[in-house]
Design a protein around this ligand. Structure first.
Ligand code: SF4
Length: 65
């Protein structure tokens, strides 16, 4: 799987340096997700989420649940 960069650092699949360790991910369009991506991925700030409804990624699982 290609590198997937993600700032949702409360997800069980999130790893240091904003990398996703999930074997597969589900993505929706911006019409559902909201914002366009920032080209400077390595500079993005953390965007923690408490549940799947707060992310654009439908594979999110709360690391602390
Ligand atoms: S929110 Fe999605 S892209 Fe981000 S670490 Fe979790 S599974 Fe991966």
């Amino acid at each position: 799987m290609p590198d997937v960069h993600c700032t949702v650092n409360t997800c069980k699949y999130w790893q240091q340096q904003n990398l996703c360790s999930a074997q597969q991910i589900v993505i929706q369009s911006d019409a559902q997700g909201g914002f366009s991506p920032n080209a400077k991925l390595e500079q993005l700030s953390a965007t923690p989420a408490n549940n799947i409804d707060e992310t654009c990624c439908q594979t999110f699982k709360n690391a602390h649940a």
